[in-house]
Each structure stands twice: as structure tokens, then as C-alpha cells.
Write a protein that binds this ligand. Structure first.
Ligand SMILES: [Zn+2]
Length: 306
């Protein structure tokens, strides 16, 4: 190789890396199942640095791990929306989709919205690849840790869930996507132990889940019917307490997706999450208090595996 050719290669390499905002903001899916929270934080810092006009780091609050729960605030629109992943620490596929989504909207924010992305809520669980979160010498299922009209395993015995509840109230979050693995399905309230499943907003919710699944072709519908009843979940809490348009994503086909399966989950879900946020109402639902009857005989149907 002559020296001119070598120089051209090096120079073009520098240009290319500058144009793509440098290394560290493209996900290496071979790392998906091995990442620790420190690596997630490094990725968020790199994204904020690469797109300073659109994205900045924020702290949700302390977690029982002793670490801070971090997220990215992306865009500057007047409507505040939320994407939160990894209530369950073993569901790393949900973390990757949240990171892929943050990467996409950091480059191209959602118009008229500020979207808060929290890729990992349950830090001890994520580091240990454990569904539950450790606190006070024991552990809890974070997505049964919110108050609910038909019961809870909490409420708020974890700093993470208390911090998220305070956050959605303080920020006036209007629409929320909570990301889990795996069914695959995208569903809406009520997801609790009841036969009275309608909220009165079925046509809006059906539109949102249809928008969310145009690429993925996942199953859609009411949470209890498509998955199973579960009391004390974030998604029902957000709707019941605030009227937040609250959608639960069960992503992919496994709790142990391969790098290729993670990549596919990101590719087929990121456009849908974005479209759902773009088409969601600009204000919270007005009537959001559960008025039905709880049926405690349904509690045993909660498998605690999604
Ligand atoms: Zn889950």
C-alpha cells in the first residue's frame, strides 16, 4: 500500500467516525446478555455527548443497590412521555430495546414531546440477571410493588418503584410504555384480578397497540385476557392513579434472546414505540378510577414469569 492510499484510509476513517459521532453509541448485541449496569450508564453518557442538542442525562433517584437510577431526557416538546424498561432484572431484551429506542430518538426526537427513557429500573436484578430486586435483606418483584385496586405485594417496598411513581406524578407523564420480555404481546389495562376489564377507552387503547405492532405483528389486547391477571403492576398503577395512557410491551420470544434475536426485537419494536407515542392523546385520560369488582380467586393465575 502506498503512503497516499494509507493516508486516505486513515483520514476517511477519522471523518467517518466523526460523522457517526464516534464509537460507543451503536449497540453491540453480542454484549446484551452480559452487560452490567455500569455499561448501560456508559452508553447513556455517550448518547448524551453525541447528541447534546437533543439528549441529556437525568437521575430518577436512588435505588436499593446504592446506585443512582439514570435515564435520558430526549427532545424538548411540551408533552412529557415515558419509556421504562427492566422492572424485571432478567429481562435484558427489554433493556436493549430501550437503549435502541433512546439511540434512535436522540438522533431524531419525537416532535413536540420530551421523552424520558429509563433503560433499567431494577439495578440489582439486572446485574444478577434476576427477576426480583434486592432490598433490606430480602427481595421483591418490582412489578407487583405498586398500589392497585385489587391488591399488591408492596406497595413501595423498593426505592426504585417509589421513585418512578413520584416521577410520573411530578413530570405529568401523559403516555407510558413499560418494556418487558416475553410473550410476545402489546397490551392495555385493566390487567388486574377482575372480570370487569373495560376502562371505557378501548378504542383509543386499541389504536395505540395497533400502532405499536405494525412491524412486530405481536398479539394485542387487554392485559388480563392476553397475558394473565397481575396485581400491583406499574402499568395499571399509572392508568388508575393518573390516567396515563399506559401500554405494556412483552418483547420477543424468550427471556434469553440471542444477539440476533435482540437485534430483531429492537428493529421491529423501536418504530412501533415511536409511532405509538406520536399518535397518543396529548392529555391524560379523565376517567381512570377502577369501578369494577375484584375477584380474589383470579390471584392464583399470576404466574410471575413475564
Ligand atoms: Zn417482566
Amino acid at each position: 500500500m502506498n503512503s497516499t492510499r494509507l493516508f486516505t484510509l486513515i483520514f476517511c476513517g477519522i471523518l467517518t467516525s466523526t460523522a457517526s459521532f464516534g464509537a460507543g453509541i451503536d449497540l453491540d448485541y453480542s454484549r446484551s446478555s452480559k452487560r452490567q449496569y455500569a455499561e448501560v450508564k456508559t452508553f447513556l453518557v455517550a448518547l448524551a455527548k453525541a447528541f447534546p442538542q437533543n439528549a441529556k442525562l437525568f437521575t430518577l433517584g436512588d435505588s436499593d443497590s446504592g446506585d443512582k437510577i439514570l435515564g435520558l431526557q430526549i427532545g424538548s416538546g411540551a408533552i412529557n412521555n415515558l419509556v421504562v424498561a427492566t422492572h424485571h432484572g432478567n429481562e435484558y431484551g427489554s433493556t436493549e430495546v430501550a437503549l435502541g429506542f433512546a439511540r434512535q430518538i436522540a438522533e431524531n426526537p419525537v416532535k413536540d414531546q420530551t421523552v424520558f427513557v429509563i433503560p433499567v429500573l431494577n439495578i440489582t436484578g439486572y446485574n444478577a440477571k434476576d427477576r426480583r430486586e434486592s432490598a433490606k435483606g430480602t427481595s421483591f418483584d418490582p412489578n407487583r410493588n405498586y398500589p392497585g385496586p385489587c391488591g399488591t405485594e408492596g406497595p413501595f417496598t423498593l426505592k426504585s418503584t417509589a421513585a418512578l411513581a413520584k416521577f410520573v406524578a411530578d413530570k405529568n407523564i401523559v403516555t407510558s410504555a413499560t418494556l418487558h420480555t416475553y410473550s410476545p404481546a402489546v397490551v392495555y389495562p385493566w390487567g388486574i384480578s377482575t372480570h370487569d376489564l373495560t376502562t371505557g377507552y378501548e378504542s383509543i387503547f386499541k389504536g395505540l397497540v395497533a400502532d405499536a405492532t405494525r412491524e412486530s405483528h405481536y398479539a394485542t389486547g387487554n392485559s388480563t385476557e392476553v397475558i394473565y391477571p397481575a396485581d400491583g403492576t406499574y402499568e395499571d398503577y399509572a392508568f388508575q392513579t393518573h390516567g396515563i395512557w399506559s401500554i405494556l410491551f412483552e418483547l420477543g420470544y424468550s427471556h434469553h434472546p440471542s444477539p440476533d434475536e435482540v437485534k430483531t426485537a429492537v428493529q421491529v419494536n423501536v418504530p412501533g414505540i415511536r409511532r405509538m407515542l406520536e399518535s397518543a392523546p396529548m392529555q391524560r385520560a379523565e376517567k381512570h378510577t377502577f369501578a369494577g369488582k375484584c375477584d380474589t380467586s383470579l390471584v392464583s393465575l399470576d404466574r410471575h414469569d413475564e
